[in-house]
Design a protein around this ligand. Sequence first.
Ligand code: HEC
Ligand code: HEC
Ligand code: HEC
Ligand code: HEC
Ligand code: HEC
Ligand code: HEC
Length: 420
Amino acid sequence: MRSFSLIFKQFSRSVLLIAGFAFLGFSAYAQGDAAKGEAIFKAKCTTCHKIDSKLIGPALGPTVTDETDDKWLTHWIENNQALIAAKDPKALKIYNEYNQSGMTVFGELTDGDVANILAYVRTTWKTMQAAPKPGAGTQVAAETGPSDLVIYALIGVIVLAIIIILVLNKVIATLERLLSKNKDFVFEDEAVEVVAVDRLAGIKKLAKNKKFVFFALLCGTLALGSWTWVTMWNTNVHQGYQPVQPIKFPHDLHAGAMKIDCQYCHSGAYKSKNASIPSLNVCMNCHKVVKTESPEIHKIYDALGYDPQTQKYDSTKARPIQWVRIHNLPDFAYFNHSQHVKVAGLKCQTCHGPVQTMKEVYQYSPLTMKWCIQCHKRTDVNTKGNAYYENMIAVHDLIKQGKKVSEAAMGGIECGKCHY
Ligand code: HEC
Ligand code: HEC
Ligand code: HEC
Ligand code: HEC
Ligand code: HEC
Ligand code: HEC
């Protein structure tokens, strides 16, 4: 009897150990290179590709998973034009399929970068297939916390371990009973009867079984812990937020099909903290004559007190349109558009996603502190031809020579340092 229990104890310990290692290995696999790939993918590929659906280029999830020739993929991603010029049959086929739209050449990417991108696309596509998530923008939620994959794997491994242990417990109990009670031969149906009578007693016994109680508690704690963890990560994160706007303003038509520059309507982004929403007068530059019959455009007329018949404005009837704000940082965080758009030279799409393809705008990035910090860690500052950095180098030289430096030399009399 002793030996049975001992063997069982050792066995359940090894099952737990293996489960633990499997979990660790799995989470390392799911996050390792894919995390690096994600950053590159978001910075360079999302303007034209989505993982699960066609954008300007093909849906990368299925294509990159079906195409197993990584060498070819690496060639393609680094320099697709070279492959096309060399008349590579596969390259020509895709190129023609997509009306010769032409993908950007990414000479700056190393083979390692491409491997990371592929790892990210493949794992993300796998997760998407395992747990399809409806709703715009949620495909890229990986940055908001632990990946769902890891949590599902954890739960799966624990459930499996418990099942194995329960089954073994049962087998051992039966064997022990067989050996102790009926030293002689036991008929099969007799054994069944014993089990049937013992059903309620079995539950009681289970409650007394320390191993079982321990695992039930462990399971409960882990489930509750994961739930709290995920909830806390996602508190106040509104990625994918897409409120209903008073006028259904289609960005895909204006910024996409018609190619109106973002600057035409959001000029503030280039010269101030706020990107700003255009006034309806900007819309009237075109909509005085374009689509005058549309009910959506009539909302513009109503808001301005404009009468399309007489073509006159009546300011007494005017009332402002109440756009619902989508992106909103808390007041204690300072974010300046011109610093990122003008000075750093970032594209709007880096942070706001492919707005030119959105029927209605939604919040593309999580806007968490982690998101800001990660980009600040990964993005090199362009110091060339920037008076601010040239001044900094000059001040640095003065300090090195042991000379005195006034605050004014460090930019302390620039208006923006004290006013915003
Ligand atoms: C300017 C838009 C654009 C950007 C940016 C872009 N692609 Fe593409 N990509 C395309 C188009 C369009 C095609 C289809 C082939 C063609 O027309 O050249 C394509 C095709 C591909 C294919 C071939 C798919 C297949 O069917 O085998 C891969 C892989 C790919 N892109 C990966 C990437 C990756 C990775 C990045 C980011 C580093 C990226 N692309 C960035 C437009 C783009
Ligand atoms: C013809 C004018 C126009 C153009 C061009 C335009 N937008 Fe907009 N944009 C608007 C209006 C109006 C709103 C407010 C309504 C809405 O949210 O859909 C808006 C809202 C937004 C928002 C959401 C603001 C919020 O509430 O947080 C973002 C982000 C945005 N635009 C980015 C862009 C980008 C990037 C481009 C260029 C690719 C662009 N817009 C081009 C008019 C324009
Ligand atoms: C540079 C010219 C231009 C500007 C500026 C412009 N639009 Fe448009 N807009 C158009 C054109 C052209 C169409 C119609 C495309 C078509 O034929 O479907 C359109 C279509 C629309 C539609 C869809 C109407 C429907 O019933 O399909 C809405 C809504 C709209 N615009 C709202 C606005 C708003 C709001 C603004 C100001 C923030 C604005 N537009 C600024 C040119 C413009
Ligand atoms: C580095 C990331 C980043 C880039 C690049 C960026 N934005 Fe933003 N954008 C934000 C953040 C963060 C907010 C929220 C700001 C807040 O709540 O104070 C925002 C808010 C907005 C809003 C809402 C209204 C406002 O004025 O805050 C609009 C419109 C907008 N952005 C348009 C643009 C356009 C157009 C561009 C390109 C010219 C652009 N953004 C480039 C991060 C970015
Ligand atoms: C896509 C990349 C990216 C994201 C996302 C981003 N930033 Fe930046 N940020 C930059 C770069 C690049 C600079 C350097 C600009 C320069 O050359 O001065 C910068 C500079 C700044 C500065 C000036 C720092 C200094 O030393 O003066 C502040 C403040 C700032 N960012 C705040 C934010 C906040 C807040 C967020 C998140 C809401 C954010 N940034 C998100 C790329 C980013
Ligand atoms: C070292 C910080 C600092 C710098 C640099 C600075 N200011 Fe000021 N400024 C202030 C303070 C503080 C006040 C408020 C003084 C008061 O209320 O008496 C102020 C007030 C003002 C006012 C008056 C506002 C009002 O409502 O009365 C204006 C206008 C102004 N500043 C413009 C500028 C301009 C333009 C520049 C750049 C050339 C600049 N400031 C640079 C700190 C600064």
